[in-house]
Design a protein around this ligand. Sequence first.
Ligand SMILES: Cc1cc2nc3c(=O)[nH]c(=O)nc-3n(C[C@H](O)[C@H](O)[C@H](O)COP(=O)(O)O)c2cc1C
Length: 226
Amino acid sequence: MTQHRNDTRTALVVLAHHRSDSLTAHTARRTTAQLEAAGYRVDLLDLHAEGFDPRMTEADQPDWGNREKTYSREVRDHMRRVLEADVVVAVFPVYWQSVPAVLKGWIDRVWNYGFAYGRSKPRLAGKRMLWLALAGAAADDPVTEGMHSLLEANLSEGIAYYCGFSHSRVGLLPDAEDRPQRVDAEGNLLVGDAVSGAGREAQYADFDRRAREFVEKFLAHEAVAV
Ligand SMILES: Cc1cc2nc3c(=O)[nH]c(=O)nc-3n(C[C@H](O)[C@H](O)[C@H](O)COP(=O)(O)O)c2cc1C
């Protein structure tokens, strides 16, 4: 596999959501437009639309005795897309303080031994990663801060840096639900009234602004680092 290089930088936007009318898909589309406006060529990988199967297979299971193992054609195609990217932006809903199964399976199968890790210089070395994580929890819910730390530890430290990425950040986007949610001291889920009309417009405008700022900051870091 050869690394794609020309003057245009490439962003791989990985969308992990089953509904194209979801806030997550909307955020991925806006992020794609923002990256394109910043001069990136964008490869939009919609895991559900492309029918990616997150289940591990024998063909894609690492062989610890052979880091040159030839993985399945599907996984090799995905590896090529990752290699061609200068930056990877994953856009997903937080499920159980983690990534949804389809994104976890994509990492399990594609970010594989001998490719993403297991070499003194991993093939993903130097790339940059942004994880845009939409969360149902309210921004002022005490669980939100801990969720952010957990996601950074898992996704940036446990995965991206382990695989040689030079920069990784989790952009946590709480308040992703139109009905505010929080958990009380007894563990009950409290769901507020749905926001509607102008209130809803304002909520989503604010959401879009926060997502945009994460991408802007990420690109500013990219410009300094290049
Ligand atoms: C299985 C599942 C697990 C979830 N776990 C969490 C969670 O741990 N923390 C949280 O804040 N929201 C959680 N949520 C709420 C989702 O993050 C929220 O519904 C989503 O970000 C909304 O975006 P969407 O409309 O694009 O799906 C969960 C939702 C589901 C379906």
